[in-house]
Design a protein around this ligand. Structure first.
Ligand code: NZQ
Ligand code: ZN
Length: 386
């Protein structure tokens, strides 16, 4: 097992009714609050009113309209409000997109230039406002990690800003808020959690046995409860297990003692940057194709381990087990109603080359990933899922 540091300072309040702690916890951080939210789901579900009622003694400002695949223009607007009003705390109520926008705004508020500069040169990120969130979709793990993914709509770049000052101070995770999710978002969120685990699981591992076993447990949780959450949206057991799976899936726990650059996410981020595709839908399309592309003598043992420990598939030939597990993974995404082909989401081959170049340029996929991929490899993966 490699040496590691594990320090995740986010205070998680998980379960029914936890939103009630907001006033007492925010009080410790400041009185001027910027409420960051999306396109209106929190107004339809009543969560907006709940939060505003709880916080009636605070000085509230609002940044609505955060897009799925949040845009730099929204971050700029948030930074402007923070500076103009002297905001003390940012409260994101929504999914990964709102939390990510809040994180980028939080450090942009302390920077004199354009917030995109911080994305390109992290040494400029020195300080951040505290971020608190109320999570309404489980997928990204943003509620307990230090990353934020933002799209620069002027350049079609979707990049991640990351740093220890970006951990949310407090995340309220009440599984009941997931009951109103459209099926497509439940499915996409589940695919995202699964992909996060794969990105960390399919890495070299020199003795971090526990990390692989924890990963398999999170995968099994998603495979068990994803379909239940789809057919019974208000099944608390399913929603609560998926919600905790999303947090554990990307709060560094599953990467400690091992690690390396990711593979499918950098490719998907190009799809969602260029075509504004839902992140989890892009991952569902790409993941089985990536798995088949990288399956070889170097990787087969780990794929067979995935087959045996997650799907209980045992065969004499490890390739048979690996292929069967990849088929099961692909079938699972289909059962959730996720797309399996780029053509299903209106993406043609026109920009395969450009997106593949960008994926290589903006990530460690060609040198530090489990199975390093060059531009030509990525184009072939795109072609296989066309
Ligand atoms: O905008 P509103 O109206 O709120 O609707 C949202 C949005 O349309 C809706 N929604 C959320 N909660 C709901 C709800 N609708 C009904 N009831 C509810 N309870 O769902 C839609 C998607 O929301 P979004 O926040 O975009 O979803 P998600 O959490 O999947 O976030 C996706 C973004 O996070 C990035 C993705 O690339 C994408 O930009 N990621 C962030 C990561 C991180 N910070 O660590 C890692 C991930 O790999 C990922 O890249
Ligand atoms: Zn993801």
């Amino acid at each position: 097992m490699k040496n590691f540091t594990f320090h995740v300072p986010t205070d998680i309040r998980f379960g029914k009714g936890q939103v009630e702690v907001l006033p007492s916890e925010l009080e410790k951080l400041g009185r001027k609050i910027l409420l960051v939210y999306g396109g209106g789901s929190i107004k339809r579900t009543g969560l907006y009113s709940t939060v505003m009622d709880l916080l009636q003694d605070f000085e509230m400002y609002e940044l609505p309209g955060i897009e799925p695949n949040p845009k730099l223009s929204s971050v700029r607007e948030g930074v402007r409000i923070c500076k103009e009003k002297g905001i003390e705390v940012i409260l994101a109520v929504g999914g990964g997109s709102c939390i990510d926008a809040a994180k980028h705004i939080s450090c942009g508020a302390y920077y004199d230039g354009d917030p995109w500069d911080l994305m390109l040169d992290r040494s400029k990120m020195t300080q951040a406002l505290p971020v608190v969130d109320v999570l309404t979709i489980c997928a990204t793990g943003s509620e307990m990690n230090s990353g934020a993914v933002i799209t620069n709509e002027e350049t079609n770049e979707k990049l991640e800003i990351n740093g220890p000052i970006l951990y949310p101070r407090l995340s309220i995770c009440d599984p009941q808020y997931l009951y109103t999710l459209p099926e497509s978002q439940t499915a996409a969120g589940t695919a995202d959690i699964i992909s996060h685990v794969f990105e960390q699981y399919f890495q070299p591992n020199d003795g971090a046995y526990i990390t692989d076993r924890l990963s398999e447990a999170v995968l099994k949780t998603c495979f068990k409860y994803g379909p239940i959450a789809m057919s019974e949206p208000d099944n608390y057991e399913a929603r609560s297990n998926l919600m905790w799976a999303s947090t554990v899936g990307l709060n560094h726990l599953l990467t400690v003692g091992k690690g390396g650059a990711w593979s499918v996410h950098p490719i998907e981020h190009e799809l969602s940057a260029y075509y504004d595709l839902t992140h989890g839908a892009g991952l569902a399309i790409l993941t089985p194709a990536w798995m088949r592309y990288v399956l070889c003598d170097k990787t087969v043992k780990r794929f067979a381990m995935y087959a045996e420990n997650v799907w209980r598939i045992q065969t004499a030939n490890p390739y048979d087990a690996a292929n069967a597990a990849i088929d099961r993974t692909e079938d699972f995404f289909k059962v959730l109603g996720l797309p399996g082909r780029l053509s299903e989401v209106g993406i043609g081959p026109e920009r395969f080359e450009e997106m593949a170049s960008e994926a290589v340029r903006t990530s460690g996929i060609s040198d530090r990933s489990y199975f390093p991929l060059e531009k030509e490899d990525i184009v072939r993966i795109f072609e296989r899922c066309a």
